[in-house]
Design a protein around this ligand. Structure first.
Ligand code: SAM
Length: 339
């Protein structure tokens, strides 16, 4: 999934740094896992991975892919091709009423709703697929692995039909061509390493205590919080009929301390103090909320003498299609051994 601050183009940089500058590191706690790009890559490289994110939809993506050692069998369900079955569902074939369709009623232009996140047909599909998956689980037809696998398929499919420019903080005022495609679930790739990753959905302060050789931290870099940018994926994943407000139908959320100038240094200190890992590896950049000097100082105050390294790589911005080298944005990796 395309994700703000996603590290899909920095995976080799991260892995090479680990290989060259750590010893006997076999387990990694990816504590701000977002799209799961780093966790999946490291799992494929046979690291024991623990993933975590405060966003539930991120947990769903991870739990339903790297959280599995194999593709689920759906034995109890007795439907030969579950994804095709879900892709072909029609409202009239389901037991669901119009009032139950939270996405249709709140994020597509039907009835009183003016929001244009989804074409009505796709909104209905999202609702009935989501409700069906929940129904199957409640009635004992799906185990946890099967449940999260199907939810991950749904979350992965949504961006391909959403009327947005990449994030859900706003919708377009005209229908983008992609919204006319029918929502289509496809299978996520499951790498069969036999060791499923352990996945968490918690605050970094609680999860940092999980033991691992390396704690990899890729927190938010600036004041732009992830929640409002991905609120719709969160609501589809949770499907908890939350109170929503405003033009975009936003649910309430707590701002991340990494997105606050006042709180960011304390957040880094909390993260490192709570860490139960020999190595700390932090992704950040040279234009982030905390300066390179300040973050280096924090790292060095917890580092075994001589173990601190800062690696930098030129990077082009998320939004720009054309690289612009004069901008000087550098992606950084801070690495040290914790005392
Ligand atoms: C830069 S993104 C991570 C991107 C990820 N490495 C990838 O490649 O997709 C930062 C992540 O930190 C998460 N986050 C923010 N505050 C958090 C908190 N208090 N605890 C755990 N995760 C948090 C956000 O939800 C977001 O997914």
């Amino acid at each position: 999934m395309r994700y703000i601050g996603g590290k899909s183009r920095l995976l080799e940089f991260i892995e090479k740094t680990i290989v060259a500058h750590t010893t006997n590191a076999r387990s990694v706690l990816d504590i701000f896992s977002g799209s799961g790009a780093v966790s999946s890559y490291l799992k494929e490289k046979n690291y024991n991975v623990i993933s975590n994110d405060i966003l539930y939809f991120s947990y769903v993506l991870n739990r339903g892919s790297i959280g599995l050692a194999d593709v689920p069998k759906f034995n109890k369900l007795g439907i030969p091709d579950v994804l095709t079955h879900l892709n072909n569902l029609k409202l009239e074939d389901t037991p669901f009423s119009a009032e139950q369709l939270f996405i249709t009623n709140n994020y597509s232009p039907t009835g009183d709703c003016k929001r244009m996140y989804f074409q009505p047909d796709n909104a209905v599909k999202i609702d009935i697929i989501r409700l069906t998956i929940e129904d199957w689980r409640t009635t004992g037809l799906l185990n946890d692995n099967e449940y999260f696998y199907l939810l991950a398929c749904l979350i992965n499919a949504v961006p391909y039909v959403a009327n947005i420019t990449g994030v859900y903080a706003a919708y377009l005022k005209f229908w983008d061509a992609r919204t006319f495609n029918a929502l289509h679930l496809t299978a996520p790739s499951i790498c069969n390493t036999q060791t499923a990753a352990r996945c968490f959905n918690g605050d970094f302060r609680d999860i940092a205590t999980q033991a691992s050789d390396i704690l990899y931290a890729d927190p938010p870099y600036n004041e732009r919080d992830y929640f409002p940018n991905y609120h719709l994926l969160e609501t589809i994943a949770r499907y908890d009929y939350p109170p929503i407000k405003g033009i975009t139908g936003l649910r309430t959320y707590t701002k991340s301390p990494f997105c606050s100038k006042k709180e960011v240094s304390g957040a880094f200190r909390d993260l490192i103090e709570n860490a139960n890992s020999r190595y700390i590896l932090i992704s950040y950049n040279n234009e982030a909320l905390l300066s390179t000097e300040n973050l280096s100082e924090i790292c060095m105050s917890y580092a075994r003498p001589g173990s601190f390294h800062l690696f930098e790589k030129e990077y082009r911005r998320y939004k720009n299609k054309i690289p612009n080298n004069k901008e000087g944005l550098k992606e950084q990796l801070y690495l040290f051994e914790k005392i």
